[in-house]
Design a protein around this ligand. Sequence first.
Ligand code: HEC
Ligand code: HEC
Length: 384
Amino acid sequence: MRARSFLLATLLLSCGAEEAPTPPPTPPTSDGFSWNLPQGFPAPRVPSDNPMNRAKVELGRHLFYDKRLSGNGTFSCGSCHEQARAFTDGRGLAVGSTGQEHPRGSMSLANVGYAATLTWANPLMTTLEKQALVPMFGEDPVELGLAGQEEALFARLKAEPRYQELFPRAFPEKGAEPFDLDAVVKALGAFQRTLISGRSPYDRHLAGEKGALSEAAVRGKELFFSERLECFHCHGGFSLADSVTHEGKAIDEITFHNTGLYNLDGKGAYPAPNRGVLEVSNQAGDMGRFKAPTLRNIAVTAPYMHDGSVATLPEAIDHYAAGGRTIPSGPLAGDGSKNPYKSEFVTGFLLSEQEKLDLLAFLESLTDTAFLTNPEHADPWPAP
Ligand code: HEC
Ligand code: HEC
């Protein structure tokens, strides 16, 4: 894995405001696909073997919401990623199609096409196409439960009249046999790259619209981007996330942070199997390191953190204000603020009641209603 000094260097590199890239004009594809990017958003990076087209995005949307994509016909991606909740599920820990609990909570898919790494703590998971295989075929935990069912899956998909049209239109290069796993994951990837959220009141404020934000939210914005609170170091740039990639970006800074949520043994331990990047790298220094997710639409994605252990936004603010969370008793007891692996940007601060309300108002101004209700992101299947 990466040496600590390298992580630190990239951390420092990623400090400060992300350069505000002007979106290059994106000419529509031959079938009319264009990004329709919000102001200040660059074009997402698209794998060269999976170019965007409208038919593929439409196929991906159908697959995303299709319960035939689960072993027992009860679940789709959309079961754990609901549009109205910015593609989360309202649970602390996700629950799969067979009832098995996932060790972590489902994540927002807002601007997921810009994420340099995917899932809570896996530096090796870098493409949407590869990630989709995990919920489909994973056996521990079972999410969609398709392991060993590939043939049955394609028989089900082929029998659907809409797919008889959508698969060949999306993948004309595949000829007479477009029904395969490659097509499924590519279409899901193309659909997810269109899940772009950048039209919240905060964005309208950035664009100069007077009154887009309340006075409280404007003050909260100043706090969020201040050296006193440090939030922007890890939730910065147009996506208000860390480790962002996009078309034309030379180097992806991939960073993970320990924010002092736990300290089980006084030596920094997080509870297994949620010890962050350490689960993948086996490096002690990666204990408790997680991805800093986007804060866009954060008011609709409670509960928070990788394990849903923070119920509300005021509670999340208290955690940072204390410089880490203290759990007084029980099996998870410990003083997270003394976690030796904690980021140097989580040191704690004092907030007045008014300042806390201001910061909350700012976080609430990141809700992009147009994104949460966009019919192009919605379930295309008729209600059963
Ligand atoms: C059982 C609920 C569940 C289902 C079904 C599910 N997901 Fe997820 N999703 C999760 C959880 C939990 C995570 C976090 C996983 C982790 O950190 O290990 C996640 C993470 C993701 C991420 C990473 C997001 C980010 O910001 O890093 C993507 C992308 C994703 N899911 C897409 C999908 C797709 C596509 C499908 C359908 C093929 C799907 N999911 C089905 C629960 C689910
Ligand atoms: C050192 C980097 C860092 C700083 C500074 C930081 N965060 Fe975070 N933030 C993270 C990481 C990493 C997570 C995920 C932690 C986890 O699940 O263990 C997170 C999670 C969150 C979440 C929950 C997100 C979700 O989808 O569940 C909120 C809300 C949040 N941060 C708000 C803030 C605010 C407000 C500030 C400033 C007071 C701030 N953060 C400062 C790195 C940081």
